[in-house]
Structure formats: C-alpha cells, structure tokens
Design a protein around this ligand. Sequence first.
Ligand SMILES: C=Cc1c(C(=O)O)[nH]c(=O)[nH]c1=O
Length: 309
Amino acid sequence: VLLNTTIAGYEFDNCLMNAAGVCCYDHEELTMVDQSSAGTFVTKSATKTSREGNPLPRYQAVPLGSINSMGLPNLGLDYYLDYVRQLEKQTKKTYFLSMTGLSKEETLEMLKQVELSDFKGMVELNLSCPNVPGKPQLAYDLPTTENLLTEVFAFFTKPLGVKLPPYFDIAHFDAAAEVYNKFPLAFVNCVNSIGNGLIINDETVVIKPKNGFGGIGGDYIKPTALANVHAFYQRLKPSIKIIGTGGVKTGRDVFEHILCGASMVQVGTALEKEGVEIFARLSQELTEIMQEKGYQTIEDFRGKLQYLA
Ligand SMILES: C=Cc1c(C(=O)O)[nH]c(=O)[nH]c1=O
C-alpha cells in the first residue's frame, strides 16, 4: 500500500500535511512537520510584513474541535519565502507557501515577488481568512474573487491554488466552480474554518477578539468539509485537484476525504492537539483501511463515493 499523491505534476510520498495556521508559524514548527511522516507542509498565511495578530486568548481547543480568531499573526512573506527556498534546495521536496494580502495590491505585490524568486513549490492563496476585522472572506464575493484571479494569472506562472471558505448552498457551489474553472489553478483547498462561530464556557466567551466570534474547526465541521470537497470534485475540471481540510483526526476521516475526491488531506485542529506524531498514526490507520479493502494506492478509491440508487 502506498500513500503517495500528485498535484500539478508534483509528487508527494504521503498525502497528509498540516493545515495553514497550525504548526507552521516559524522555522521550528515547520521543521517539525517537515521531519514528520507528513508529505510536505504549508506555511502560516503570510502578509507582506509581519503582524502581531489579535489579542490573547485567541485560540481555544474544546472537546469537539476548536475556535480561533488569530488575526493573521505571521512573520512576513520574506521570512517564509527565504526559509522554503533554502529548504527546497536541500530536500528536493515541494512545499506550500500560504499568503493573503489585506488588499488586492498587497496580494499582487507578494505574488510578483514570488514569481521573480527561485521558489520551486506551490502557492496557496488564502481567500478565506475570517478573522481580520473589517475584511470579509474574499471568496464569498465571487465577482471580486474573479477579478483578483484574472489579475493574478496575467503574470503568475508558478503553481497556485486557493484556500476556500465553506460554501453552504448548491447554487454557491455552482457559481463558485464556474469562476474557478476559468483559471489554471493547481488546486482548490476545501475548507477553511467555518467563520464566526461562538463557543461559551459557563456564561463567558472563550476567546477575546471579536466578542468571542471565531473560526470553528474540528469534529463540528467534517460534514461541511466533505460536502465542499465532493461538490468541487464533481464540478471542477480534472486539472484542478482538491485538497481536503476539516475534521480530520482518524485514518477513517482521511479515507472519507479522499473518497470525496481529495488528492491531499490537511490536518488542523487535531494536529494542534496531538502534535506531528499524528501524521504517522493517520498514515498507519489509512494503510490498514486500504489493506482491508484491497486498495493499493489512493487513486484506487479517490472520488469513488457511492450514492444510494
Ligand atoms: C489567515 C487567517 C486565518 C485565521 C487567522 O489568522 O485568524 N484563522 C483561520 O481559521 N483561518 C484563516 O484563514
């Protein structure tokens, strides 16, 4: 049994990796993922210059998942770009660089910098940060998203995918897929946290920013994540691969994301709780499921979700 996968012609020896925002803030965290059983890593979404982010407490784990309003704390694009460029020279692995500008100009400026660099990996353009006060999740505004991607692909030639928020309406799956099918995207990553949930302890919110409103992850979001993975798998042209993110904490969850069409599966909340050894456990559990079912590779069952007659 092999757990390898391919996206945009890039081979990964394992179809598991971290979700942006988790275990990817600095060299230390990124090295931990790089040296784990994960096939690769994605960096914390970068902005042009470093950001402090929102006041603490801004992340809270709870039994069924997590809530966060980090506010995009990051060390700035140069930090992540320089680190990944140096690492890819040593390991020959393909890494993901996540970024999100707080304006179209900032996003284009960052992508121009990456385009001119000798970065050999893939960009994950985050269109779905729910926690920057005053900034709506871009991918809920399809005309603006289409306009941005048009300007991006006018000059950007390296592999690029987008990190999407969850959509909740079939008409939105249709409209969003119509937009994304217009572009030479390497992948779409479904889903980011479900934005602006609220978790309460006794009579008080559990995070400080935004009066306790924050992105929800974990068990709470798996059905939504699987639906988004499968909806885009059904609608997007085959050249656009699907990365599945949301509610993954067992090999069975990984299996279900792949069954829905995912070529790569990312782990967020459960990685934050368990640490990078989770990748070896998930790989082992997925391997056992595949052996039981007689699947040799993930392509034997990717996207083969069955419907009821
Ligand atoms: C990049 C900002 C994001 C953040 C954040 O930094 O608050 N949290 C999320 O759950 N998803 C994001 O995309």
